[in-house]
Write a protein that binds this ligand. Structure first.
Ligand code: NAG
Ligand code: NAG
Ligand code: NAG
Length: 463
């Protein structure tokens, strides 16, 4: 397996140089890139479906291609096997290469006409396409978890058992699988992630924790304030800080009596800061990554405000937002980013997560407005966007109520995306499903240096 060659061995290079292929070259030669071989001198040869190309990269070169920023579609391999769900990017070349599934041997389309008498079935995409989908980290972490449990190497709380006996439950193959997985997943160890968002993310966070055997811990003021989970054998902690819109006060018309503290400034002091010790990663200053988003609460807040102040009965969720609302929201998003910078400094990756919509077809216009406004602010503040909300648009069947995306294939997608970004922050490079570089085992990890390798390219990804 390629990743084995990439794991740093003592005495070899610390930074595997990655091939310098211009995107244009990637497009024209390597849509089918199935194998990347990285030699010790950093030479990368790429064998492709139709041609091969060898290139010597200097050590500062890298290939920046974010699969989740490409156009594509969500592929559900099998509803019962949700962990295989993946984003399938449509990489350039799909239409103009001699493409195994879409074109016949003479270069003509396999399906020149639509067969009106046939049901187009759920065939899986061709292996070259599936092979280029983003790495399924969640599947591997879950597999490791399951094997460690099976071998009594961790207890039910995920705590390592010091002398696990002879692991008689494990076959020889499973024992070596554990070794392989631990070697591949070492970079997940000791990580800290903070997510400031609404309950859409709180649920995704809980599903992630649940898959690793951890029910989230609920902070002293309830789930709508802080929750977190810690996976002991990985020393991996993800916290969720729950926000309640960007408003600056708690007006009398606030519709949720149990939400006592509303403005982010107050929530910051009262709820979030007491958990800050849990958020600090190995750099001693900040988490390894922060993900941030606010929109559903803002939409509701603007709508409730209008109802209260105009003495109307119903909630008008169909109303587009107006200039003053959007201006207010934008400057508050900027303010919240500032709070993070003040707390943790600048040396960590901060991502804005794209807005998710309501399940109903109606009542989303304000969310589209906010989503576009947040994109603008992110762009102005040089923040990349985690496109989750964009990728899952339309999958209402996986919502479990009017706003929340349920446990299932889309939560696997969410988790894999999160790990894709974390992998990158630790210096990993993945291109078209291939792990071109693993994070250095020995660290130290300079998160922002790693992040910045591809940051400018990703800021210019088409949206
Ligand atoms: C799901 O992924 C696993 C592990 O990669 C693989 O063995 C299995 O065949 C996949 N299942 C489907 C339905 O594709
Ligand atoms: C966080 O840790 C520091 C240093 O260990 C300690 O002084 C401080 O009291 C802790 N803060 C909280 C809120 O636990
Ligand atoms: C767990 O991770 C934290 C944060 O990265 C680190 O400070 C701590 O030393 C780690 N603990 C162990 C036992 O490695």
């Amino acid at each position: 397996m390629v990743f084995r060659q990439l794991i740093r061995r003592p005495g070899t290079f610390t930074r595997l140089s990655v091939v310098a292929i211009s995107l244009a070259t990637v497009v024209s030669f390597t849509y089918f890139a199935a194998t990347y071989l990285v030699a010790r001198d950093g030479t990368v040869s790429i064998s492709t479906y139709s041609s091969s190309l060898t290139s010597t990269g200097s050590k500062d070169d890298t290939t920046c291609l974010n699969p989740y920023a490409q156009k594509g579609f969500v592929w559900f391999s099998d509803k019962r096997d949700e962990s295989n769900t993946t984003w399938v990017p449509f990489y350039s070349g799909l239409l103009n290469q001699k493409y195994a599934a879409a074109w016949n041997e003479d270069g003509g389309p396999v399906e020149p006409v639509f067969n009106a008498d046939e049901v187009y079935s759920d065939d899986q995409p061709p292996s070259e396409v599936l092979g280029a989908t983003p790495h399924k980290w969640m599947q591997e972490i879950e597999r490791l978890h399951l094997l460690l449990l099976k071998g009594s190497m961790i207890d039910e709380d995920g705590i390592r058992i010091d002398h696990p006996g002879k692991n008689t439950e494990l076959t020889v193959d499973e024992q070596s699988e554990i070794k392989e997985l631990e070697q591949r997943l070492y970079w997940v160890k000791d990580r800290r992630i903070v997510i400031l968002s609404d309950s859409v993310e709180r649920y995704q966070h809980a599903f992630l924790c649940g898959r690793l055997g951890q029910a989230p811990v609920i902070g002293p003021y309830g789930a709508q304030t802080t929750t977190w989970c810690h996976v002991p054998y990985l020393n991996f902690t993800v916290l969720h800080w729950h926000l309640s819109s960007t408003t600056t006060s708690r007006p009398d018309w606030w519709w949720l009596s149990e939400m006592k503290v509303v403005p982010i400034e107050e929530r910051w002091e009262k709820y979030y800061l007491p958990t800050v010790n849990l958020t600090i990663g190995v750099n001693g200053k900040s988490p390894d990554m922060v993900i941030f988003q606010s929109s559903l609460w803002d939409h509701r807040m603007f709508t409730e405000s209008r109802r209260a102040n105009k003495h109307e009965h119903g909630l008008d969720l169909h109303r587009p937002l107006n200039w003053r609302e959007l201006r207010f929201y934008m400057q508050r998003i900027r303010y919240i980013v500032g709070l993070f910078r003040e707390l943790y400094g600048d040396d960590f990756p901060l991502l804005y997560r794209a807005t998710t919509l309501r399940r109903e077809k109606f009542g989303n216009v304000g969310l589209y407005d906010l989503g576009r406004a947040a994109r603008f602010v992110s762009h102005e503040l040089d923040l990349e966007i985690m496109e989750f909300g964009q990728l899952v648009q339309g999958y209402e069947q996986f919502y479990f109520d009017i706003v929340h995306i349920g446990k299932g294939p889309l939560s696997v997608l969410w988790a894999n995306m999160m790990f894709w970004y974390l992998f990158r922050a630790l210096g990993g490079v993945e291109v078209k499903g291939q792990l071109l570089r693993m994070p250095d085992e020995s660290g130290p990890y300079n998160l922002i240096d790693n992040w910045n390798v591809c940051h400018d390219v990703y800021m210019n990804d088409p949206k």
